[in-house]
Design a protein around this ligand. Sequence first.
Ligand code: HEC
Ligand code: HEC
Length: 481
Amino acid sequence: MRARMLLVLLLALVAPAFLFPGCGAGGGTTNTDATDNAPADPNDDQPPGDPQLEQDFAQILQQNNINAVQPIPPAPQALVTLGRALFFDKILSGNRNISCSTCHEPTAGTGDALSVSIGEGGTGSAASRQLGTGVLIPRNAPPVFNRGLPSERRMFWDSRVSRAPNGNLNTPEPALNGGNPTAADIAAQLDTALAAQAMFPVTSREEMRGQAGENEIADAADNLEVWALLMERLVGTNNGSEGGIEEYRDLFQAAFPNVVDFDDFNFGHAARALGAYQATAFQALDSPFDRYLAGDTNAVSDDAKRGALLFYGRANCDACHEGPLMSDNQHHAIAVPQVGPGKDFPGEDTGRALVTGDQDDVYRFRTPSLRNVEITGPWMHDGAYATLENAIRHYDNPTQRLQNYNANQLAPLVRGLVDLDPGRNQARADALSGILRPAPNLNGQDIDLIAAFLRSLTDPVSTDLSSEVPPRVPSGLPVGD
Ligand code: HEC
Ligand code: HEC
């Protein structure tokens, strides 16, 4: 299976060179699914090979300090096994109707293929998920590829969860934060930003917790009680003698052999396991680009190399998408059209400013990594763009793309939820980062070449992660939606 996907991907990488020979301005493609789009071509087995291009590509990577990424050492298997069970188990949601995997589906690029997610109460999976009794979540579910790497210290589009190199946390829950947290036993388990992030989906009423009156988790007084009640569901009380699930007691014990009393487990242990699982299962460092960095100069097609020369050159993408994961982990305003229910109030999401309260941060979002970006659409913090080409085309003139946004690319559920308020759109345009003034001049061919480069960042394994989905979970609740 994997070998076949690999072949399809390699074909997809090579094919564009022959599909769009010399297509000029305005020749942007409108592919919605590049993996479906690799017809056999007699020239496919020609190795890439322009020597001057290869030299320029090697040089630009060297100038930008792009080196092979070190994979993380493997986490203990028992921790990963526990994390996998939790990731797919709806037991973590108040109403037992949604799991992490509902919105981070391994078979949908670890997202949900929706512009913005549908929370607990929704039905169905990925692009066919329906509202049911659920609501739209303000933002796009980001992929969780490579989020366990040590460089990844900030989580969420606005970085509201972060972990400093000294281990200090900064999160929406004050009890976890700083050098001397009041919930020190929980904070001690949160060994990565990814683990710290896993504390929070269960506290969101719309995502997983449910509304007051619906279940005991929803009725908890605060986050600490939410987490305590979830541990009661998992391992029970009175040292595991009352309630809980036997299989989870076994899994927790195997993952944390030093914890002798089940009452000493806290949700930090669960979050640590969730972090270890995601870091392991969704590490994606075997793309053609990675293979190139590891020394295989034939791994990347000529068009992808041409695209890279634009990305690191005239198009200046690397001013923000820098380093081997293509992110500076900083926040920038790039004038993305606002889609979905909004976060500040209906129609509005001011991004990072909601965390810092700083006027300079209005409309800023964290630069996402572009690893695997081909398979993580729709794109941007609110899924405003339905194709990778459209996401790239945004940059040829961000403020004009904002003003002339075409909502027809959106799914019907959110098509009517585009903020058209002229004052707010003017404010989004005014906030545009100075880095994008003037915007790079990109024609249709430039966009196709940049897309070819971005597709070289796809790890073929990530395109078929169906084997991650377990046949069953310890709670016995149905897996999948
Ligand atoms: C209802 C859908 C939904 C569920 C369920 C859900 N998530 Fe998410 N997840 C999202 C959305 C939407 C965001 C982005 C929110 C934001 O940035 O404000 C997100 C963000 C994240 C991030 C941050 C990624 C990044 O690059 O910043 C991680 C990691 C993550 N979720 C893991 C999990 C885990 C683990 C669970 C289960 C405990 C979970 N999610 C449950 C929708 C969901
Ligand atoms: C000024 C900094 C900056 C520059 C320059 C920049 N980007 Fe971005 N990029 C961002 C930020 C910030 C986001 C997320 C914005 C949002 O969702 O509101 C983003 C999002 C994206 C996305 C969507 C990723 C996803 O997972 O949804 C793609 C694709 C992308 N950029 C490609 C490019 C390309 C190609 C270029 C060069 C033409 C470029 N970017 C230049 C900061 C930048």
